[in-house]
Write a protein that binds this ligand. Structure first.
Ligand code: NI
Length: 193
C-alpha cells in the first residue's frame, strides 16, 4: 500500500470521464492495490471520500468513509464504502445547501446544492453488486465523488461564486452559517460527544 500524490485542479486527469472497470478485473491485484492506495491516501489527508482520478488513475472507482472527520466535524459517520462503476438514481431532488471542499481543490470551500435522497448501485471491492440509499450529507458526499468520475469538480456546482472561501475565512465567517443552513433543512448532523 502507498500514500499517493493527489492531483489538484488544473491537472487534465481531473477533467476526464473515467473508464468503467470490467467486472472481471475488480479482483485483480492491480485494482486491489489501487483500492488499498485510495484508502491509505484518503486516511492520510482526512478525505471524506476520494475518487481514483484524484490519484491519476482515471477509472470509475471511489470511496466514502467518514469517521469523526476533523475536516468535516459535523458530518455523521459513514463506514468505509468502496464503489466500483457506481450509478446514482435521484429519489429526492430537494436540494441541500452545503459548503464543500475537495483534496483536489486544496484550501477552498464553496456552497453547492445537492439532491437530498439517492439510491446508489455499484460493485463492491470484490466485484459483487452493492446497493444502498443515502440522504443528506451522506448522499451529498457520494454525489461529490461520482462527479469526479465524470470529470467534474465541486467548484462547477458553485452557483454563487461569492460563497467561495479559503478555509481560515470559512472557519471564521461561514462554518456556523453553513451548519445553521443544514439544521434549518433538517439534515442529520453528527452529535458531539
Ligand atoms: Ni473531491
Amino acid at each position: 500500500m502507498a500514500i499517493r500524490k493527489v492531483a489538484v485542479m488544473g491537472h487534465p486527469v481531473l477533467r476526464q470521464v473515467s473508464e468503467t472497470v470490467a467486472p472481471g478485473e475488480v479482483d485483480t491485484q492491480r485494482i486491489q492495490r489501487l483500492i488499498d492506495d485510495l484508502i491509505e491516501t484518503a486516511h492520510e489527508y482526512d478525505g471524506a471520500g476520494i475518487a481514483s482520478p484524484q490519484i491519476y488513475e482515471p477509472l470509475r472507482i471511489c470511496l466514502i468513509e467518514i469517521r469523526d472527520n476533523p475536516r468535516y466535524p459535523h458530518f455523521p459517520n459513514v463506514p468505509l464504502t468502496i464503489l466500483v462503476n457506481p450509478k446514482i438514481t435521484v429519489l429526492n431532488d430537494d436540494k441541500l445547501p452545503k459548503y464543500e471542499g475537495c483534496l483536489s481543490v486544496p484550501g477552498i470551500r464553496g456552497l453547492v446544492h445537492r439532491s437530498r435522497g439517492i439510491r446508489v448501485d455499484a460493485l463492491d471491492r470484490h466485484g459483487e453488486p452493492l446497493s444502498f440509499q443515502a440522504r443528506d450529507l451522506h448522499a451529498a458526499t457520494v454525489q461529490h465523488e461520482l462527479d469526479h468520475l465524470d470529470g467534474k469538480l465541486f467548484v462547477d456546482n458553485v452557483t454563487d461564486t461569492r460563497t467561495l472561501t479559503f478555509i481560515p475565512e470559512y472557519d471564521r465567517y461561514w462554518h456556523k452559517k453553513g451548519i445553521e443552513m443544514l439544521e434549518a433543512a433538517g439534515a442529520e448532523l453528527r452529535k458531539k460527544s
